[in-house]
Design a binder for this molecule. Structure first.
Ligand code: HEC
Ligand code: HEC
Length: 172
């Protein structure tokens, strides 16, 4: 119900891609809350240190969204983190790395879906570059919506997914 209302706002009357109404109020950019629908949520970060340190500039992304090797690569160069210095002391860095690795997409044989299309020798540093992420947004979100001043970036999940912090990103 809420999904179809949302979709009809984004793509009115079954309009295919070139909708002119894509400069939208942020409320209509919002993906619907899935709480009531019981959509499969991503496990949220439960570790306080990770929440604090990795949630300071953007949401603390669910560990299950990237494979072990990606988290290791990110944590290995926090001093050069997407143009920011996010360096932490060695003890904190190890604590966070251990948590992310233990809960990574490929930990314990999980997460085949998130890693589909990623070659074993590729180490993506962005969730937003993964084939599953691109697939979930293609046709659902106009490329210009990511540049909306209220969104600014694909990485700003919470601009559109209001329940992202609870692990909910949608319901289908
Ligand atoms: C000082 C600010 C800052 C801190 C602290 C920080 N980040 Fe980031 N992070 C950024 C910026 C800036 C980007 C790029 C955002 C964009 O492209 O809009 C980013 C992007 C990312 C991305 C890629 C998002 C995408 O596009 O899919 C991941 C993953 C990530 N950070 C993980 C972490 C982790 C893990 C920590 C904790 C160790 C952390 N970040 C702490 C600033 C920070
Ligand atoms: C400009 C708005 C926007 C941004 C920013 C955005 N998304 Fe989305 N996302 C959507 C829309 C719209 C959908 C499709 C709605 C749906 O399927 O419920 C979607 C779908 C998804 C889905 C599939 C949900 C499902 O179960 O069908 C996931 C998972 C997801 N997004 C994760 C993310 C993550 C993680 C980020 C940040 C790294 C992000 N999104 C950033 C708008 C956005």
């Amino acid at each position: 119900m809420r999904v179809s209302r949302f979709r009809s706002v984004l793509w009115p009357a079954g309009a295919a891609l070139a909708s002119a109404s894509i400069v939208l109020a942020i409320s209509s950019l919002m993906a619907p809350s899935a709480v009531a629908e019981g959509g499969a949520p991503f496990a949220v970060v439960t570790d306080k240190t990770v929440q604090t340190e990795c949630g300071a500039c953007h949401m603390a992304y669910p560990a299950g969204m990237l494979p072990t090797r990606s988290w290791q690569a990110i944590m290995d160069k926090l001093d050069d983190h997407f143009g920011e210095n996010a360096a932490l002391d060695a003890k904190t860095t190890k604590h966070i790395t251990d948590y992310l690795v233990a809960n990574a997409a490929d930990a314990g044989g999980r997460g085949a879906r998130q890693l589909r299309g990623v070659k074993p020798d590729q180490t993506p540093l962005r969730i937003t570059e993964l084939p599953w992420w691109i697939r979930e947004h293609r046709g659902e979100v106009s490329p210009s919506a990511f540049k909306d001043p209220r969104v600014k970036s694909k990485a700003n999940c919470v601009a559109c997914h209001r329940d992202a912090a609870k692990g909910y990103f949608g319901d289908d």
